[in-house]
Ligand binder design. Structure first.
Ligand code: GLN
Length: 300
């Protein structure tokens, strides 16, 4: 009796080139390997996002059809990989990103929402609880903070930005999320006298202003360099917005109101000094990366 022949063990070949007949799984693997040098530990996550984007499917469908042959999208895949390897942020390539469980349109006109910023929304919601509240968001950009608050609180939000192009994106986001009735967007220079002299008062004022010192901008990563300078540059010491806001915002708070700022990881001492000089109460909090990321301020 012949012994059954041992089956040759399958070797998984590393994908070197992109071929026209490939499964979704192989395509994802190809993209992941191509992105490894630029994205490191995020290469797999980004490859999955790119595959879903290019083939117009969601993550769940990708898992289900992973071993089926994918349509030939060689050119689109190569273009996308080249753009990403060239330092373009994934969110700009995809045209959207997730923040606080919501999907936001983004463009190079606005800063891409950061996971680190989600703690600002958490603190805001913690403070607002079930109350009906008037909220002001200054330097709204894509509208991510304003809209995440509006989606989760009984809030009437007014959101400001100096950039008309960013406001266009923010308004589209409000429509897409069916939140236009809760948030109004306005063009406004928050450093202007006109803004300072407004009399409206709010229960909560939030802001993630530009806070990078001008001299540090050159050292930021290639990706951040693709983002709008006006969303990053906080002047010579990075504090131009906080200095102004700490002067003018306490007068815009209703009794018991709060101000919440996102701040840079090394700005705690500077913010503490500014609050103490004005006799304001403050509490710093960290993001999930462990960095001090924000401050809650109150005047009474
Ligand atoms: N956190 C952003 C960054 O490090 C900066 C955001 C800001 O200036 N508000 O790129």
């Amino acid at each position: 009796r012949k012994l059954p022949q041992k089956k040759p063990t399958k070797t998984t070949k590393t994908t070197q080139t992109l071929q026209s007949k490939m499964t979704y799984f192989q395509t994802k693997k190809y993209i992941k390997e191509a992105l490894l040098p630029v994205c490191g530990e995020y290469a797999s996550y980004e490859a999955e996002k790119i595959v879903c984007h290019i083939f117009g499917i969601d993550k769940r469908t990708l898992t289900l059809i992973s071993h089926e042959e994918a349509p030939d999208k060689t050119e689109e895949i190569e273009n996308t990989v080249a753009r990403r390897k060239n330092g373009e942020p994934l969110a700009y390539i995809l045209g959207n990103t997730d923040f606080f469980g919501l999907n936001f349109l983004v463009s190079p006109a606005c800063l891409t929402p950061r996971a680190d910023t989600e703690v600002i929304v958490e603190r805001a919601l913690e403070f607002l609880g079930e109350k009906y509240a008037d909220v002001l968001d200054i330097c709204t950009g894509s509208g991510c903070i304003a809209l995440a608050i509006a989606a989760n609180a009984h809030a009437n939000v007014r959101a400001l930005d100096i950039s008309e192009d960013a406001l266009d994106i923010a308004k589209k986001n409000a429509e897409r999320l069916s939140l236009s009735h809760k948030v109004t967007f306005e063009s406004c220079n928050a450093l202007s006298e006109e803004f300072a002299s407004e009399c409206e008062k709010y229960d909560l004022i939030v802001s993630n202003p530009p806070y990078i010192p001008t001299k540090d901008i050159a050292d930021l990563s290639e990706e951040v360099h693709r983002e709008p300078l006006c969303a990053l540059d906080g002047g010579e010491d990075g504090l131009i917005f906080y200095k102004r806001f700490i002067e003018i915002l306490p007068a815009k708070l209703k009794l018991g109101g709060r101000i919440i700022f996102e701040i840079g990881y090394d700005q705690e001492n500077a913010l503490r000094a500014l609050c103490e000089k004005k006799g304001l109460f403050y509490e710093f909090f960290r993001d999930y990366g462990g960095n001090v990321r924000g401050v809650v301020i109150n005047a009474d």
